[in-house]
Design a protein around this ligand. Structure first.
Ligand code: ATP
Length: 215
């Protein structure tokens, strides 16, 4: 369990609060707007109304005691930047700030953010990959060059094993898991026989994966 300071409770912040609650983390939620604070109260450990650009307010929170501080203010860039910078000044260990534009991401990183989440860009990229192909169910970009895809088992693989197919040698990809009826079998053994009702999670270089997904 981690202790998390969540600042800004618009749609993004609220979704963060809901998920963090589901994951059983300890969350202190902050917003300048009382109504927004009240809305998340059932899902967080504690909540406070306050202006995160106010230095005294940030000083009162003991930000160095949190494992992660999330700045979920999106539209008001000036507030997001000031908050991020204050958190770092007061010793926050890990500051994650939300960006709405490339230039915002750049300035947030320069002014105290250890990490930036850029929902529109990241989700747009995911949606473009996910919905532009019939056989991709999920996708994670690990680095610029490497990704993980969840995809259908190719028709020609059904009834064959990983060894039969010489997956690594032929496709230069690794099968991380097999998914069937919502259950995951991590690292399937070389004798795993592929079925048409399962999906596979494959990792590899983007070029190799692109070739494989055309199989
Ligand atoms: P979202 O896009 O997440 O729905 P929004 O568009 O309603 O958010 P934003 O300007 O991105 O509004 O701000 C997100 C939240 O952060 C809002 O609930 C807002 O009240 C809060 N907020 C903005 N500035 C501050 C501040 N200085 N201190 C505390 N909370 C703030």
């Amino acid at each position: 369990m981690k202790s998390i300071l969540l600042i800004g409770l618009g749609r993004f912040g609220k979704h963060c609060a809901l998920k963090l609650n589901e994951l059983h983390h300890e969350v202190l939620a902050i917003d300048i707007d009382e109504e927004r604070v009240n809305e998340v109260l059932p899902y967080v450990t504690n909540a406070q109304i306050g202006d995160s650009t106010n230095e005294q307010f940030i000083a009162s929170l003991g930000v160095r005691n949190f494992d992660v501080c999330i700045v979920a203010i999106g539209d008001k860039f000036q507030s997001s930047l000031e908050t991020t910078s204050l958190l770092k000044d007061y010793g926050a260990k890990l500051v994650v700030a939300r960006a709405n534009r490339d230039v915002h991401a750049k300035f947030l990183l320069r002014n105290g953010a250890d990490n930036v989440v850029y929902p529109e860009k990241q989700m747009a990229s995911w949606a473009a990959v996910r919905f532009s192909a019939d056989n991709i169910f999920d996708y994670i970009q690990i680095t610029r060059d490497y990704s993980i895809y969840e995809t259908k088992v190719p028709k020609s693989w059904i009834g064959k094993t990983i060894v039969d197919l010489r997956v690594r040698q032929m496709h230069k990809i690794n099968i991380l898991a097999v998914k069937y009826a919502g259950k995951v079998e991590p690292l399937p053994g070389p004798e795993h026989v592929f079925r048409d009702d399962e999906t596979i999670l494959v990792m590899g270089g983007n070029k190799d994966l692109e070739k494989f997904l055309r199989v």
